[in-house]
Design a protein. Structure first.
Length: 319
């Protein structure tokens, strides 16, 4: 099988679409998937044995993805319904730098404890805090009382792709500083440095645009301007995507080739820059997809292999 990643990506997308689109019992969907997979494998075994490995890979991935999506729905979609409208003591960790929307500070956190029976304990949560900015750093622990709400209207829809499906209003906050920060903390600090540099050297109405294009941080962009951008079909320009990564990385690769005259060393530097850009962008979906495709192409150059665009597209689609 020449295009393993393409086959698995198609199977994953089919399984996710069927499971999320149809409001049918999970057992019924799983039974139908098993029957279709068995019939497909039997047909290929009888008439197209050359495609048997492809059919087995597709069927296995299809069924496993249905199980994975069902678990995701149970925890992140159905499970959070228990929280909506309730107030509870929460212990959580700040996983990103705070953002400001309409004079309200929003903290992206991951919970480790929620004092509600039968509630999921480890979820991603958008915390709204209106009193004053908390003196809290990334990966510090926050103990607070949270009034949960499913309203995410003031948060960009892209946050849902990062696993945020519920928000809440925080009160009575207590901060516990982290003794040791993970390595990813350095990427967050670099992102903060880039944003601060743009803010210090460009007008306020301009600095938010390059910040969004490089780091993915859209907090400086007004809702009115962002709505207009979406209406004009240009919202992708403000997302960290393949267009931005290719410009930055290919420029860096060509510059390194001029300086070092080593093709492989230049591509290694390009590969490291892709990882750094994805980390600075918070490993968002668009950055991960673009980064994976670029990394596959660069890796093929390093190991002198012919790149397969469909295979790299399939690998990126699973991100």
């Amino acid at each position: 099988m020449k295009r393993f990643f393409l086959v698995t990506a198609v199977a994953c997308m089919c399984a996710a679409s069927i499971t999320l689109m149809f409001a049918v019992s999970f057992k019924i969907i799983l039974a139908i998937a098993l029957i279709i997979s068995a019939l497909g494998i039997l047909f290929i075994f009888l008439f197209k044995r050359k495609l048997l490995s492809t059919a087995l890979c597709f069927s296995l991935t299809f069924i496993l993805m249905i199980l994975r999506v069902n678990h995701f729905k149970a925890v992140n979609l159905d499970g959070i319904d228990v929280l909506v409208g309730k107030t509870a003591d929460v212990r959580c960790t700040l996983i990103e730098e705070p953002k400001i929307y309409d004079n309200c500070t929003i903290y992206s956190v991951k919970t480790s404890f929620i004092d509600i029976d039968d509630a999921p304990q480890e979820i991603k949560l958008k915390l709204f805090y209106t009193d004053n900015d908390l003196t809290i750093d990334a990966f510090d622990t926050l103990k607070c009382q949270v009034e949960f709400s499913s309203n995410l209207s003031s948060v960009y829809a892209s946050d849902k792709s990062d696993g945020f499906f519920i928000s809440g209003f925080a009160n009575n906050c207590e901060i516990v500083e982290a003794i040791k920060k993970p390595f990813y903390y350095k990427a967050i600090m670099l992102r903060k440095y880039i944003i601060d540099t743009f803010n210090d050297n460009l007008p306020e109405c301009v600095s938010a645009i390059p910040s969004a294009m490089i780091t993915g941080n859209k907090s400086g962009i007004s809702d009115k301007f962002y709505s207009q951008i979406k209406y004009d079909g240009m919202a992708h320009v403000l997302a960290v995507s393949g267009f931005h990564i290719s410009i930055i990385c290919f420029t860096l690769v060509e510059l390194m080739r001029k300086l070092t005259l080593s093709k492989k060393l230049s591509y290694i530097v390009g590969l490291l820059s892709v990882i750094m850009l994805a980390a600075v962008a918070g490993f968002s979906g668009s950055a991960m997809r673009a980064g994976i495709m670029y990394a596959v192409i660069v890796a093929s150059q390093i190991f002198s292999r012919k790149p397969d665009s469909l295979n790299s597209l399939g690998l990126a689609a699973t991100a």
